[in-house]
Write a protein that binds this ligand. Structure first.
Ligand code: FES
Length: 316
């Protein structure tokens, strides 16, 4: 779901009509549309949302990699990249040595890469449906380039199946072009992770106290009201439910959403940005798109103050 706090290009519908009935937009003003990446993202998001069905959420969780603790897309991308790299290597060997085994190995590697590309595309699309600007545009181009690369490798395989020598040469050229396009797409994928921090745990680097420290007077924590406290400028989420007080990192691990502005659902909190749901008991992800758990803190009440600390590391 789109981040409501990131401004997008307003449409005429967003702007609305004045009480007087006059449109605030002069009739000669050009009609502005949301950018193409935003429109495509909305359609994909709607499709994946599946009318809010629980089964759709489960599929989404699977594709995001919530169960894995890492984005599944990042793991799967290695397969087509690896398979198509092998295909190019065997094409070169085939050109030098002209052996049937090399040609067969190249064709098989392309086919394996194509099968893996389908899963990689599904997981990538699912992750991208919850990416905010400016990474959204980069991700859109990354996806289009990968689709183009897949189309080129598909054409390559079709040409290779024809028995003519000239078709095999065409197949090799298509594969080489596909590999070049795929390489640039991979570069953009890297930019999304290392520059835009998509898929990176946003709580990494936050320093939580290792000994109990007071972060909020007990009287300021209302029942069932998610509350933000600070320790050395690091936000901490506090939630009181009856006799129990829970504490988690307040910055959402997915895209830094403010969990104190989220919604309580039983013993869990739903992020206001893309609706990831985290258990208050231990910070684990119950629903994506987040894949990294929220750091969970120990809590106690002393002298009217709520105190928290990082749990001691377990030695197994
Ligand atoms: S910021 Fe995306 S789910 Fe929290």
């Amino acid at each position: 779901m789109a981040n409501p706090n990131i401004p997008t290009t307003p449409t005429n519908l967003d702007i609305g009509v004045l009480d007087s009935g006059e449109s605030p937009v002069p009739s000669h003003a050009p009609i502005s549309h949301p950018p193409i990446d935003e429109r495509v993202q909305k359609q994909i998001d709607k499709f994946l949302y599946g009318g809010g069905r629980e089964s759709a959420q489960k599929i989404r969780n699977f594709l995001n990699g919530t169960w894995l603790g890492e984005p599944l897309h990042v793991v799967l991308t290695d397969v087509p990249i690896g398979a198509w790299s092998v295909a190019i290597a065997f094409d070169l060997l085939d050109m030098i040595r002209a052996r049937r085994e090399f040609a067969l190995a190249a064709d098989t590697s392309i086919a394996i890469g194509l099968i893996a590309a389908a899963g990689t595309a599904m997981t990538g699309m699912t992750d991208w449906s919850d990416v905010d600007p400016p990474a959204r545009r980069t991700g859109f181009i990354h996806g289009l380039l990968n689709l183009s690369a897949t189309a080129l490798f598909t054409t390559s395989l079709v040409l290779r199946k024809k028995k003519k020598k000239r078709s095999r040469t065409g197949g090799r050229i298509c594969a080489a072009l596909g590999y070049a396009v795929m390489s640039y797409a991979a570069h953009l994928g890297g930019e999304m992770v290392y520059k835009r921090r998509v898929g990176v745990d946003r709580t990494q680097g936050q320093a939580f106290p290792t000994e109990f420290v007071a972060v909020l007077p007990e009287t300021e924590l209302k029942d069932e009201k998610p509350t933000r406290a600070l320790h050395n400028s690091v936000p901490i989420l506090l939630v009181r439910r009856g006799e129990r007080v829970f504490a988690l990192a307040e910055t959402c691990s997915h895209f830094s959403g403010p969990l104190a502005e989220g919604k309580l659902v039983g013993n869990s909190i739903v992020c206001p940005y893309h609706y990831s749901r985290f258990s208050l008991e231990d910070g684990r992800v119950l629903n994506g798109p987040a894949v990294h758990p929220q750091p969970c803190l120990e809590v106690r009440v002393r002298d009217g103050q709520i105190e928290v600390r990082k749990p001691a590391a377990r030695i197994s």
